[in-house]
Design a protein. Structure first.
Ligand SMILES: [Zn+2]
Length: 123
């Protein structure tokens, strides 16, 4: 539980930091070098092998591709998160996503299961 809470808090910090660094373009692709660096930091701190992150930005969802930006399954996964953000609204998505990560962990969170289902349909 404590580890899940830590990961949820880390997600918030990553979102705030990312948005302050990149602004609010709907899609950002990091260079291979930048993407590998951010992915390795996420892997060490967050415990996840993330290829992309989608956050609610001030003007709609923002997806940051760390690597594999042309992977169809990954794109569907992140596009599903973007749709969740539009459907729920930024505040409700953030509240619910963090609640789910804290309660169920990353793989057990229903919003993640929903995105993985969208991903499977595209692979
Ligand atoms: Zn996801």
């Amino acid at each position: 539980m404590r580890q899940h809470l830590f990961r949820a808090l880390f997600w918030i910090a990553a979102a705030v930091l990312t948005l302050s660094l990149i602004g609010c373009a709907p899609e950002v692709r990091l260079s291979e070098r930048q993407g590998s660096y951010v992915a390795s930091v996420l892997s060490h701190v967050h415990g996840l092998d993330a290829d992309a992150l989608t956050f609610p930005g001030p003007r709609g969802p923002v997806t940051v591709y760390l690597r594999n930006a042309d992977d169809p399954g990954l794109r569907c996964h992140e596009q599903r998160h973007a749709a969740q953000i539009r459907e729920m609204g930024a505040a409700e998505f953030t509240r619910e996503y963090i609640r789910q990560i804290a309660a169920y962990g990353y793989f057990g969170a229903p919003l993640e299961a929903d995105a993985r289902a969208a991903q499977s349909a595209c692979e």
